[in-house]
Design a protein around this ligand. Structure first.
Ligand code: GRF
Length: 202
């Protein structure tokens, strides 16, 4: 399967996918064909360039409207004819055109146990709420924010001494391996989405 990965930051989820594919290029069942971002000078793009991958950047502020940006991001992504789009720490809400083009084939990873703590501050919100366990969720993207059908989740315990950074780092350790496992399974076995249920490889 052809993957386009979208990033906005350090790109450690991207790196986990790159490492898994490099470790088993024939068996993993997917290849990353391009990496897209909504901003420049992020480690995620450096990781892509180091891996010799094509990259593209589409910044909202470079476009006359959010719709124009959405269209530009859609076209830039479509140029690589992806089978799956992986949003790995991509911090923008994908627009109508992107969803129309790639809906049902966009996988997102979120650092909380959805439906709890959706949005851009899931780790901070979980910590502030005082939960004893949190975790991460890999799900398909629908037209809501972090509301699409859940594929897999991983649990991470919250420690008394945790601050947001420490907890997020511990979540990311689980998240990276969960994303690698899920993307490989979807790529190798195929999947069906029925309402909120995801059937893999049946
Ligand atoms: C991940 O925890 C992702 O779920 C969240 O931001 C983080 C991105 O990390 N949205 P990285 O850029 O993959 O290192």
């Amino acid at each position: 399967a052809r993957l386009v990965v979208l990033v906005s930051g350090s790109g450690t989820n991207l790196q986990a996918l790159l490492d898994a594919i490099a470790a088993d290029p024939d068996g993993y069942g997917a290849e990353i064909v391009a990496v897209g971002a909504d901003r420049d000078d992020i480690a995620g793009l450096e990781r892509a360039e180091r891996a010799g991958l094509p990259t593209f950047v589409r910044k909202v502020k470079d476009h006359a409207s959010r719709e124009e940006w959405d269209r530009a991001l859609t076209e830039a992504t479509a140029a690589y004819t992806p089978d799956l789009v992986i949003s790995a720490g991509f911090m923008k809400i994908l627009g109508k055109e992107f969803l129309a083009r790639f809906g049902g084939r966009i996988v997102n990873t979120h650092p909380a146990l959805l439906p709890s703590f959706p949005g851009a501050r899931g780790v901070r919100d979980a910590l502030a709420h005082g939960v004893k366990v949190t975790g991460c969720t890999v799900h398909f993207v629908d037209d809501g924010v972090d509301t699409g059908p859940i594929i897999a989740q991983g649990v991470v315990e919250v420690r008394d001494e945790d601050d947001e950074a420490a907890l997020h780092e511990r979540i990311k350790e689980v998240e990276r391996s969960l994303l690698v496992e899920v993307v490989g399974r979807l790529a190798r076995h195929g999947y069906r989405i029925e309402g909120r249920k995801v059937h893999v490889g049946e």
